[in-house]
Design a protein around this ligand. Structure first.
Ligand SMILES: *Cc1c(COP(=O)(O)O)cnc(C)c1O
Length: 471
């Protein structure tokens, strides 16, 4: 592609993106396509000769776009958000244009030094004490995996990477039954094995793990010859926003010499507002904390902020230095690829820098507070209507509900969620709470307004009222 064409198509792509964002409220939130529909429109063979950009772009609009679910749609209330604030998109254009691979300090000193600084801004923003060092991971899953690997190495006296697990004592990791599936996978991939993930039942309004049961399990395992290695606590669990009592978890961990990782992938963003910090009180004593600015905060996916109290343990677990990766003659530099499982790294700090500078913490706090308020209002309206039941109370901006009035409530609510998503004006997902189907609602999309939540109420009520066995 020559310079003139590159300029023209870059401009077209940017203009397209602006028009796309402006058009979102007129589009169905979830893709309204059947499995295989998009694939059927794609040629089976690769092109042998180059094609015209106009043709490629037309196919993008005609074939690809209809198969997209619109995550930046202001009425995206499903899962958790993956917000890309416009300013972070602009930063990503620049990152994409430079396309640097920032694995070592010397492969782009600015990327490393900016990462150190903006992660320290974020540390202050969420109220973590000095002494935590930050690194950007591609996902909370990767951050949790690296934390579990540190737990493993610490507990095996730094002998796991070398000797493997078969000749070593059996490790145990503890979490509640509310944690994300990324914890299961970290346990699988680390070789510790699912049988050694001890799930402590959650209880109470916040669905935090039962800390008496936690300590009893640690003591029992120790007596039985296992080696307890660490605890994974959560703040804002994925299903219903469960929050462990971090202070109690940490106290028990310290008594038994265990490492504590806190998964706050979604809810960590809310901690820029002081009034939510009581929900993770004690976090300052944890060893490792992850949250995703690419969820609620608005830094375009992917951007996961991982804070570690003692990065030397992480580097000792993950760093490998073959000669071709050594940086000679420079002291005191950080090579962030020694802090993560993948070697290669995108320049992710730039979008955070743009985001934090453009909106300021005050702007982002206003957004979070609005979402929490609007979600609470919707919860109140649904509760007041006599055909809805609130299943779990709001945790930050997440609650769950179900529609009553059918015999088989699980099947009825699954059908309702599908009908709502087929309607297209809003997008919701379901979960199970104590075995029963519930519909989740979270407010968190970067550009949503209060009227979008009013629309959600209208759609939920309308679609529920016309369900076959409603009433
Ligand atoms: C979203 C989420 C994850 C997974 O995040 P990735 O960055 O996609 O790996 C983990 N834990 C919780 C609580 C989450 O909400």
């Amino acid at each position: 592609m020559n310079g003139t064409d590159f300029a023209e198509w870059s401009r077209k792509a940017a203009d397209w993106g602006v028009a796309y964002r402006a058009s979102l409220r007129d589009r169905p939130v979830r893709a309204q396509t059947a499995p295989g529909e998009i694939a059927a429109r794609l040629p089976m063979q690769p092109p042998q000769t180059g094609e015209d950009m106009d043709a490629i772009f037309a196919d993008f609009e005609n074939i690809i776009l209809p198969g997209m679910t619109h995550w930046q749609h202001p009425r995206f209330f499903a899962y958790f958000p993956a917000n890309a604030a416009p300013v972070s998109v602009v930063a990503e254009y620049l990152v994409t244009a430079m396309a640097a691979q920032c694995m070592l300090w010397q492969t782009s000193p600015a990327a490393t030094e900016l990462e150190t600084r903006v992660l320290d801004w974020l540390r202050q923003a969420i109220g973590l004490p000095e002494g935590f060092a930050g690194v950007i991971q591609d996902s909370a899953s990767s951050a949790t995996l690296s934390a579990v690997l540190v737990m493993r190495e610490r507990a095996l006296d730094w002998n796991g990477n070398k000797a493997g697990l078969s000749g070593n004592p059996q490790l145990r990791i503890y979490s509640s039954d509310q944690v994300h599936t990324s914890i299961d996978r970290a346990i699988w991939v680390s070789g510790i094995g699912e049988n050694n993930l001890v799930r402590i039942p959650a209880r109470g309004a916040l669905r935090g793990m039962d800390c008496d049961a936690l300590e009893a399990a640690i003591v029992k395992d120790t007596e039985a010859g296992y080696v307890p290695a660490g605890i994974i606590a959560c703040t804002g669990g994925t299903s219903t926003g469960a929050c462990d009592n971090i202070a109690d978890v940490v106290r028990i961990a310290h008594r038994h010499g265990l490492y504590v990782h806190v998964d706050a992938a979604w809810a960590g963003s809310a901690m820029i507002c002081e009034e939510f910090r009581h929900l993770w009180a004690g976090v300052e004593e944890a060893d490792s904390v992850v949250f995703n600015p690419h969820k609620w905060l608005g830094a375009q996916f992917d951007c996961s902020a991982h804070f570690i109290r003692n990065p030397a343990d992480l580097v000792r677990t993950l760093a490998i230095q073959p000669e071709y990766l050594k940086t000679h003659g420079r002291d005191g530099i950080i090579n962030y690829s020694e802090w993560t499982v993948p070697l290669g790294r995108r320049f992710r700090a730039l979008k955070l820098w743009f985001l934090l500078r453009f909106h300021g913490l005050d702007g982002l706090r206003t957004m979070i507070r609005n979402h929490v308020d609007w979600s609470a209002k919707l919860c109140k309206r649904l509760r007041a209507g006599d055909n809805f039941e609130i299943v779990t109370e709001p945790a930050f901006s997440l609650f769950s509900f179900r529609h009553l009035g059918a015999k088989d409530l699980d099947a009825h609510n699954l059908a309702l969620v599908n009908a709502i998503n087929d309607d297209g004006r809003i997008y919701l997902t379901q979960t199970r709470v104590d075995g029963r189907v519930a519909i989740r609602f979270q407010a968190g999309q970067f550009e949503m307004t209060e009227s979008d939540v009013d629309t959600a109420f209208d759609v939920i009520s309308e679609v529920a009222a016309r369900m076959p066995n409603a009433g």
